[in-house]
Design a protein around this ligand. Structure first.
Ligand SMILES: Cc1ncc(COP(=O)(O)O)c(C=O)c1O
Length: 390
């Protein structure tokens, strides 16, 4: 088992002089069974195409994983392989929606969920989420208005990037009832599902009711949970039989871009007990890091509102009180901490900090965050002083 600190060259690559807390990858070693599965392919020189036998085995692994993790019974022939979730989203937008549809995206949202619909001729309707104490929740009335205006698809991201929410069964059921009333559809991006950090369990949206199963296409992948996004193997789950039948026309096209290494890694992630242990260790580590972010913000950053994550390794920070147009640029340039700008998620003045860092690096990242706020405070103090003297 290995969840120890590893090198972080790729995270740091875009901003080599800064602490890399921006892209959604963990700065931890991968689980040993995954490492070995990929190494076996290398040693056997089987770096060619996928074979149908491995794909069938991967399908069975996913079925077992969904059953044992979420008590969700997935039919093997309802699974479609795609290289990654964003490609799967494009496939759904292209093949399962009328041309020029309106697509509801609750914001803040992972940028490709906002950008990709236009690439397929659709229009995104952004519905800002509501702040409810330390959490954000979807604005169901806002979504209803968009559906009344004719929107055909709601994009659900659960667990949510960037807010880290794990939506409850009640919230999911409310959405399912609403979507059903308007005979609309849901694309449910559940890539972060393995990374729950609290006692709130992940519930697959398609599992909440017969209606949700009938109107949903679920996207899933082992890539976030086990930190293997570069290996390119994700799945769409078509819980409506007519969707599964329709997918068959294009399945052969999309499976071509699934990597053989990704298929091996998926099986090692879902099937190997040591990969499960690795995941549990990483989740415990992330939960501690999540708490450290919360403690630091509460003690040292009164201007910042933190939405503690219930899943993922992302801290969502409302920094509007800092009065910066581009807070990520400020922190990167002044204190060498690279985070993601809220504007990318349709939430200006916010920041996303990736806390899946080795503990010493996270401590440095948080000190940098505090230092940045101190620089701003000192600047304001200075400005006030000079105005008083003028
Ligand atoms: C919510 C969400 N969906 C999709 C992706 C990208 O997944 P993929 O690389 O499989 O397209 C990410 C990556 O950060 C994500 O956070």
């Amino acid at each position: 088992m290995s969840a120890s600190d590893g090198p972080i060259p790729l995270l740091a690559a875009k901003y080599p002089d800064a602490i890399g807390a921006w892209v959604a990858e963990m700065s931890y070693d991968v689980a040993r069974p995954i490492h070995e599965a990929v190494a076996r392919e290398l040693q056997a020189e089987t770096l060619g195409y996928n074979d149908p036998v491995s794909l069938e085995l991967a399908r069975e692994s996913l079925v077992r994983w969904m059953k044992s993790s979420y008590d969700w019974s997935v039919q093997p022939d309802s699974i479609g392989f795609v290289s990654d979730i964003v490609t799967g989203f494009g496939a759904v937008l292209n093949n399962f929606l009328p041309p020029r549809s309106h697509v509801v995206v609750p914001t803040p949202a992972y940028a490709p969920l906002l950008d990709v619909p236009a690439m397929f001729g659709h229009t995104v309707v952004r519905v800002p989420s509501l702040v409810d104490g330390p959490r954000q929740r979807m604005d169901i009335e806002g979504i209803q208005r968009a559906l009344e205006d004719g929107a055909r698809l709601v994009v659900l991201c659960n667990p949510h990037n960037p807010t880290g929410r794990v939506f409850t069964v009640e919230e999911l059921t409310e959405l399912a009832d609403l979507v059903e009333r308007f005979s609309a559809r849901v694309f449910s991006d559940e890539i972060h599902a393995p990374l729950t950090l609290t006692t709130v369990p992940h519930t697959p949206y398609a599992k909440v009711s017969a209606a949700s199963a009938a109107h949903t296409i679920t996207a899933t992948s082992a890539s976030k949970g086990w930190n293997i996004a570069g290996l390119k193997c994700a799945q769409l789950i078509f819980s409506a039989p007519q969707d599964a039948a329709r997918w068959k026309h294009t399945a052969g096209f999309f499976v071509r871009s699934v990597s053989r290494l990704g298929v091996s890694a998926l099986r090692a992630a879902y099937d190997h007990p040591e990969s499960q242990l690795w995941l549990d260790t990483v989740r415990a580590r992330l939960a501690r890091n999540n708490a450290l972010v919360a403690e630091t913000v509460a003690a040292r950053l009164p201007e910042v509102i933190h939405f503690p994550a219930e899943a993922t390794y992302l801290a969502w920070l409302d920094c509007r009180e800092l009065g910066l147009e581009e807070p990520a640029a400020f922190f990167r340039e002044h204190v060498g901490l690279a985070m993601t700008e809220g504007t990318e998620f349709s939430a200006p003045g916010h920041l996303r900090l990736n806390f899946a860092l080795p503990e010493d690096l996270l401590a440095k990242a948080l000190s940098a965050l505090v230092r940045g706020a101190e620089i701003l405070r000192a600047g304001r103090h200075h400005e006030r002083g000079s105005t008083q003297h003028a």
